[in-house]
Ligand binder design. Structure first.
Ligand SMILES: Cc1cc2nc3c(=O)[nH]c(=O)nc-3n(C[C@H](O)[C@H](O)[C@H](O)COP(=O)(O)OP(=O)(O)OC[C@H]3O[C@@H](n4cnc5c(N)ncnc54)[C@H](O)[C@@H]3O)c2cc1C
Length: 279
């Protein structure tokens, strides 16, 4: 487990809030905004939800007192959406209020397709109370074109990703070319109709297209990438005048996140095994 933990460290700041703040400050020093997530998901009991709420309130206060530039991004299932969506919303309201008091943006991660409707429902209610709310949408889901139109109409910020969850073919595109095609189409929509959105991808083709669209449609947006992935590209984009956010997860419950990162790129598994062999 020690070796796995060491390998996971490239994508996870560490287990404590202090680790997250340290990595967020390093990101800021490199010109990146921090997008901090406390790891944990699929809670079906109220106790871990309530401790997650306390953790984020403390995280926001610490980001403020430590002068960290950036936002927090929360997962609906860590706020109890699997218990009840109205309950999850009520647990998020204190986070929204703290975010609003600090003038920051509150981002919602998007999890598996079982939670898409509830996440959008929650996002819209949060938007009723504060306009700086962002919601992640996944290009692998066939419904996303409609969700995108709906969220743009509600003036939500949108973070466009390819999608990290395995879904069934009736609701999701499964091949890389289909997902990429959908991602490129949604980029077009974002640049023509949206603003303050996030192009969250490490894929050179998606980034090139976003750069080309940005020339034709000058609208405020940012790139967003994960901690530990394509670091030189992040800096290159910052140097060419773009805003780039780095998603920084932390906490003891890092295994599901780590597994998603391994799964999306088989080469990472080989690199991990090599690093074990070489010690
Ligand atoms: C800021 C941010 C927030 C996200 N939030 C969510 C969310 O809320 N919900 C959700 O479902 N998904 C989320 N994701 C994950 C996303 O859905 C994808 O699973 C992930 O970003 C990989 O897709 P890609 O666009 O980078 O393209 P891919 O086609 O997977 O990768 C393109 C290239 O990027 C590089 N690369 C990609 N991943 C890695 C890696 N792990 N290690 C090293 N190199 C890599 C490789 O060069 C690869 O060839 C988020 C991603 C980012 C960047």
């Amino acid at each position: 487990m020690g070796l796995v933990t060491r390998f996971a460290r490239q994508w996870v700041a560490g287990e404590t809030m202090a680790d997250a703040i340290r990595v967020a400050k390093e990101a800021n020093a490199r010109g990146l905004d921090a997008l901090v997530n406390h790891l944990g998901e699929h809670y079906r009991e109220k106790a871990p939800v309530e401790s997650t709420r306390r953790e984020y309130l403390s995280l926001l206060a610490t980001m403020q007192s430590e002068g960290v530039r950036g936002e927090v991004s929360i997962k609906p299932t860590q706020f109890g959406v699997l218990i009840d969506r109205a309950y999850a919303l009520s647990e998020m309201i204190p986070i929204l209020e703290a975010t609003k008091a600090l003038g920051r943006v509150l981002w919602l991660d998007m999890e598996s397709a079982h939670t898409t409707d509830d996440t959008i429902w929650i996002g819209e209610r949060l938007l009723d109370q504060y306009d700086r709310v962002g919601i992640c949408l996944q290009a692998n889901l066939k419904r996303t074109a409609d969700d995108l139109d709906r969220l743009l109409e509600a003036h939500a910020r949108v973070r466009l990703v390819k999608g990290a969850y395995q879904e069934t073919p009736d609701i999701a595109y499964r091949t890389r070319s289909e997902i990429d095609r959908a991602y490129l189409a949604h980029l077009e929509t974002l640049f023509t109709k949206g603003q303050d959105f996030a192009v969250a991808s490490h894929d050179g083709r998606m980034i090139e297209r976003a750069l080309a669209l940005a020339k034709v449609h000058p609208t405020p947006f940012e790139f967003a990438m994960l901690q530990g992935v394509r670091d030189p590209l992040k800096i290159e984009l910052v140097r060419s005048g773009h805003r780039v956010a780095e998603y920084i997860p932390y906490g003891p419950n890092w295994l599901p996140y780590f597994t998603r990162r391994l799964r999306e790129r088989p080469r990472n598994v080989i690199t991990m095994i090599r690093s074990f062999v070489s010690g």
